[in-house]
Write a protein that binds this ligand. Structure first.
Ligand code: G4P
Length: 533
């Protein structure tokens, strides 16, 4: 048992959430560099840009190996095993991005000091909040002329509604950026501009009352730092570990990923802050402890394999308790089937390799021939079923146009399977039923993937007609679909499990209708199989 506890204590499983261009790739790269998992900066980036340089799905298909191996990146820091889960942004923003957060125990929210809180930050933050995931904030690009740090903090508090507590405080900004004062360790970390930022930058430390510091900063910067710190000490919220772990407060760090500034002290603080794998809840509300001897965990993402002739795929499995051993047998809760977990992968930086053993908090890639679904639980011993992964309301919708009407059956089968795999959500018009299904996605690229896979895996050629809806809510309660359909800018559909969902052309319309039906619940995320709050 102590072996388990020791392994768990050393693990940190986390994700970085941010809006595209905030610097996630750069930060990831620097974390891997510092963790010794890569030796030169640029390797993640080069592969990423190869992936993003094209919108051609065929080319992306060939690059899929990359997205598999960058889905989880492992590195070590100060004796801790870090499992960094990738949450794609950019073009491939999709439901996977949300689902990945179900496997994380904490998150780093990366904010661009120039742009502040942006739309995708808000969406991802909401998912973290829903799951009560603790969030550490890193305000990046301090080497650029950005917004006032106090203004950034109040934007985070106002827009996201989470109190912040600065763990560090910047001295100057942009060209005048001199470093950050570490409020927790009472020391100044001095910034030195480095060529290209590809090597580690030495950090010069000096306490606030060191006369060298005043001389170094000059009296103007020195007194503005003292004023800032005084203000924070007087009016700021003190750090409260309990509130942070409950997702009700976020410690904030400042730095610059590109110039390597602040990464090392950030990592040091982060491993102290980020929780190691904790208890998880079953669908029935029971608690499973990570050190429980019986193996259990759930599938949070499925990645189709590169080879279109096989339906092999990789199921990303998050261990919640016990120990994984290659070749072991586990039970799939949904069907009761016994599976031998023989082909399994782990991920080291960008490499994938066979995994022999793993513990709670680890992510294992299981080869699957089509038996596993997103949200599935595998267990050994006493039956366990985890809460499942919610389905999030889509924001893009298209109507499927089938080129060859004789292939309707194959289309139905293909869409059912792709929906099960979580590649897209499938809806049906209440009147037209199974003719012309409607697809919904969180990211538009999901449609390209579906079109391509229908063609290569099911030999079904489809095109899509775009639909003008931007929001959707599942309905719980007494609502007459005919009445709602008469309101302009709405469309009522059934999802694949027969639940009513209403599409809205604008947020304004949605809120107006929600206001008109106060007794009805309009739900943004549902658990497959049952409605969730
Ligand atoms: P993303 O994964 O969140 O989309 O962001 P990415 O790391 O690709 O960074 C987006 C842009 O921001 C890149 O510039 C990157 O160099 C820059 N960047 C990241 N961190 C910092 C920072 O701390 N300071 C400054 N000044 N810039 C930063 P780019 O011009 O789009 O790409 P590149 O030509 O530099 O590769």
């Amino acid at each position: 048992m102590s072996l388990y506890l020791e392994a768990i204590r050393r693990r940190r499983t986390f994700a970085i959430i941010s809006h595209p261009d905030a610097g996630k790739t750069t930060l990831t790269e620097k974390l891997l560099l510092y963790g010794g998992a890569v030796h030169t900066a640029g390797s993640v980036k080069a592969r990423r840009s190869a992936r993003h340089a094209t919108s051609d799905w065929m080319a992306m298909e060939q690059e899929r190996g990359i997205s598999i191996s960058t889905s989880v990146m492992r590195f070590e820091w100060d004796g801790c095993e870090m499992n960094l889960l990738d949450t794609p942004g950019h073009n491939d923003f999709s439901e996977d991005t949300y689902r990945t957060l179900a496997a994380a125990d904490s998150a780093i929210m990366l904010i661009d000091a120039v742009k502040g809180v942006e739309p995708q930050t808000i969406k991802l933050f909401e998912v973290c909040r829903m799951r009560g995931i603790p969030i550490v904030t890193f305000i990046n690009k301090m080497d650029r002329e950005g917004r006032d740090p106090l203004e950034l903090l109040s934007e985070i508090e106002d827009v996201l509604g989470i109190p912040t507590t600065p763990a560090s405080w910047p001295v100057g900004q942009g060209k005048a950026f001199c470093g950050v004062y570490d409020r927790w360790q009472r020391r100044l970390l001095k910034f030195e501009r480095s060529e290209g930022g590809s090597n580690k930058v030495p950090v010069i430390e000096a306490s606030l009352d060191d006369p060298v510091l005043k001389a170094e900063l000059g009296s103007r910067l020195y007194s503005s730092l003292c004023d800032g710190l005084e203000l924070l000490d007087g009016a700021g919220v003190p750090f409260d570990r309990h509130a942070y772990l409950a997702g009700r407060q976020s410690p904030v760090f400042f730095g610059s990923a590109l110039t390597n500034f602040g990464i090392e002290p950030f990592l040091d603080a982060f491993i102290g802050l980020a929780p190691s794998p904790g208890e998880r809840f079953t669908a029935g509300g029971d608690v499973v402890l990570p050190q429980d001897a019986d193996f259990s965990g759930f599938v949070f993402k499925i990645q189709a394999n590169m080879d279109p002739r096989h339906r092999d795929r990789i199921a990303f499995f998050r261990l919640c308790s016990g120990r994984f051993e290659r070749g072991m047998q586990a039970t799939l809760y949904r069907t009761g089937a016994k599976l031998t977990l023989a082909k399994s992968l782990t991920f080291m930086a960008q490499e994938r390799m066979n995994v022999e053993e793993a513990f709670a908090g680890d992510i294992v890639g299981l080869w699957d021939s089509g038996q596993l679904h997103i949200g599935d639980t595998l267990y050994v011993g006493k039956p366990v079923e985890y809460e499942g992964i919610p389905r999030f309301s889509p924001e893009h919708f298209v109507r499927v146009v089938l080129r060859d009407p004789l292939r309707r059956k194959q289309l139905k089968k293909g869409l059912e399977e792709l929906s099960e795999e979580g590649a897209v959500q499938v809806f049906y018009d209440l009147k037209r039923m199974e003719r012309d299904p409607i697809l919904g996605a969180v990211g538009k690229l999901q449609f390209d993937v579906v079109q391509h896979r229908l063609q290569t895996e099911y030999n079904v050629h489809v095109t899509f007609d775009g639909l003008p809806y931007q929001h959707a809510r599942w309905i719980e309660g007494d609502l007459d679909p005919d009445e709602i359909s008469r309101r302009s800018g709405t469309l009522c559909l059934h999802d694949i499990e027969g639940r009513l969902i209403v599409l809205f052309q604008s947020e304004w319309m949605m809120h107006r209708i929600m206001g008109d039906y106060e007794k009805v619940k309009f739900i943004a995320a549902v658990q497959p199989g049952r409605l969730a709050d």
